[in-house]
Design a protein around this ligand. Sequence first.
Ligand SMILES: [Mg+2]
Length: 415
Amino acid sequence: MHQPHELERLYVDFDSFFASAEQHLQPHLRGRPMGVIPIRSEHTGLIAVSREAKALGVRRGTTVREARRIHPRMVFVTARHDVYVRLHGEILAAIETVLPVREVRSIDEMVCALAPAERASALGVGRRVKDAIAARIGPTLTCSVGLGPNELLAKIAAELRKPDGLLAIRPDELPGPLLSLGLTDIPGIARGNAARLERAGVATVEALWGLQPKEARRLWGNVEGERLWMELHGYAMERPATRRQMFGHGRVLPGSWRTLGGAYACARVLLAKAASRLRREGFTTRALALWLTDRDSAGWYGEERFRPTRDDPSLLTSLARLFLHAEREYAGPGVRSVHVTLHDLVPTGEVEADLFGQTPEAKVKRRMEDLSLIADRLNARYRGRKLHWGPWAEIPGGYAGAKIAFNRIPDAEDF
Ligand SMILES: [Mg+2]
């Protein structure tokens, strides 16, 4: 850990990425209120909203029906994940004409390290990154670039100037620019954390800033609070696993498995594997996504959101519900590949305490978590899956299916 006195990190965050990607790729959509949807349904929520739609009050998560009520001429485009992944590759190449990308945080967020010689003119480097993207990709796909002594402050700088912004938070001006923020504007402070902080008398960023690092640790109940405090104060530290975006597995189905039933049997195995890794690495998830594809169709994408969850029975039930939707909506003749991901992660230690309260539902869930953890231990000990929930299918070829691009750039170990 050290305390940089220069700008060492550059953070790039695209504005309404899926929506501006479609406006970039389909010029007739530019300047129009439009949204991207995961599936054709009046009840689905928008996964991205163009700035023109935002100006009318449409938000991410607004349902198609509600968006139509706000603006009857709103345009909806079904998400094309493979296309966005390709665009992501073009973006990386554009940024790397200026400086190397250090880590990809999501499909539309990446962080770069500034070399010592670049730090004095960091804003100029940021400007060049934006220019390179505009020149090589186009003016529609805008991003905000933030600079800071560490990644957290660079990310906050990018968020402070949206859309199409460029801002530096310098170590010597701290906490100045942070004081206008609410607690939940700080990445890593979820609403549950903020409520707990408020109950402890820490209702503002200024109050959080004024704590002692040990107090932050105590309020969080784990080291994460102290880490966040250090980063807000401009210290730079490595955060290896805690910034994970997702756990997921996908594979191409063997020939005789290419039906919804085959995909379901396979998805259960993939989900159990992802959930076991989620628990092993100390995370809890708030969303499960299922993606089915066939060679010639757009495929089917569905997502369920829920309160923080990490037990197998709840996750498998959620998967079953997604397949019920897929059964009604999936148009493809068969299913060639299946991919499940757990995302919107929270470190388990940060999950709001009242979830583990005394309601009968909470007690059952806790027992299911304990049982899942016991199953993990047994399966690790006996090398292989001896204990699992419900029907279990051995998939020919094991997990070594072909890699599938998804709505985030998968890590190699996600397959
Ligand atoms: Mg973004």
